[in-house]
Write a protein that binds this ligand. Structure first.
Ligand code: NAD
Length: 322
């Protein structure tokens, strides 16, 4: 599968980052959202993601120099030069500009007439996603692959009756895709086998800012692997918090220090978005009917009050200035 030009619909948390990931891998991308200001916000996010990478790369040598100076108290010019050479930035400002220039904002589906692959990353609502997929179906070339970043919805249902029903599949990235390499790939009932395997091969050839991507094949199933396992963890964490077992900070600290998790369940839910976490829990509960998936009351209450995590400045924690 050759992807010279790709499209992303939805320039929010995931869409903008997926567009950046594709452009980082040398692919031209059109990025669509509902209106100009939202598209601009998405493009600004692409810029900020690559700027962060440049800052990180440029900061490696000075940080290491400082660290060694703190330990030893001195460093010769030759040693400084060696550190600067060893930790020279691998990603320059010029490359960052190239990545940004490869992402073209649009509010128009006509821009998708020549894309080889499109990733839909709009709100996790069947009506919204279906509207987007139908609009794309009308403009995409026959050979295009139509991917949805849905976390929990049925791809067979989303794709039903589309001209591209056999080329539609789930390509589920993780947040943020520029550092988390996993991608869950699932076909629907009608998805062509070669579309699934070619997409996995294509993704396996991409790199994010840290690692080669790790695409895995999963059965079409609510919430796939990671969210299916994480949803009950968040539910139990909410129950523990509600019952006064420990504070949110301590529950997060416990899962990091005691279970080796890089983030605690509340920190992770705030990063993912509480609306997204709630949607996943609701889907799992609806589909399996198992009480272990029942959406926690605390999560629903936060979502009802508009506190959706980092993106709104408040969730389980507060994020001043977000
Ligand atoms: N946030 C996460 O951690 C995460 C992780 C993996 C997958 N996902 C999935 O990715 C998708 C997007 O989630 P998000 O967190 O980026 O949401 P988000 O709310 O940050 O962004 C969604 C974007 O879609 C746009 N949009 C809505 N309707 C549209 C339409 N008709 N046409 C074009 N754009 C439209 C919105 O304006 C918004 O910019 C969801 O399906 C979600 O389940 C999210």
């Amino acid at each position: 599968m050759r992807v010279a030009k790709a499209g992303v619909v939805g320039a929010g948390t995931m869409g903008a980052a997926i567009a950046e990931l594709l452009a980082f891998n040398g692919i031209d991308v059109v990025l669509k959202d509902v209106d100009g200001p939202t598209v601009e916000k998405g493009l600004a996010r692409v810029r900020s993601v690559v700027d962060d990478l440049v800052r990180f790369q440029e900061g490696r040598a000075p940080k290491e120099t400082e660290r060694i100076l703190e330990l030893t108290g001195e460093l010769s010019d030759a040693q400084r030069a060696r550190i600067a050479q060893k930790l020279a930035p691998k990603f320059s400002r010029a490359r960052a500009d190239e990545v940004v220039a490869r992402v073209h904002g649009t509010t128009d589906y006509a821009a998708f007439r020549e894309v080889d692959l499109v990733v839909e990353a709009v709100f996790e609502r069947i009506d919204v996603k279906r509207g987007v997929l139908e609009a794309l179906d009308g403009v995409l070339p026959d050979y295009a692959v139509l991917a949805s970043n849905t976390s929990s919805l049925s791809i067979s249902r989303l794709a039903r009756g589309l001209r591209h029903v056999r080329e539609t599949l789930v390509v589920h990235f993780f947040n943020p895709p520029y550092t988390l390499p996993l991608v869950e790939v699932a076909g629907g009932v009608d998805t062509r086998e070669d579309v699934i395997s070619d997409t996995i091969d294509f993704l396996g050839g991409l790199k994010n800012h840290r690692y080669p991507l790790v695409p895995i094949r999963v059965k079409e199933s609510p919430a796939f692997v990671v969210n299916r396992l994480l949803a009950p963890v968040l539910s139990e964490a909410c129950a523990a918090l509600d019952s006064g077992l420990a504070s949110s900070r301590d529950i997060d600290a416990a899962m990091k220090a005691g279970a080796g998790m890089p983030m605690g369940p509340f920190e992770l839910a705030d990063l993912v978005g509480l609306d997204v976490s709630l949607e996943v829990a609701e889907t799992l509960f609806r589909e399996f009917g198992d009480p272990k998936y029942r959406p926690p009351f605390l999560l629903r209450r936060l979502v009802d009050s508009g506190h959706l995590g980092r993106k709104t400045g408040q969730g389980f924690y507060e994020y001043p200035g977000a």
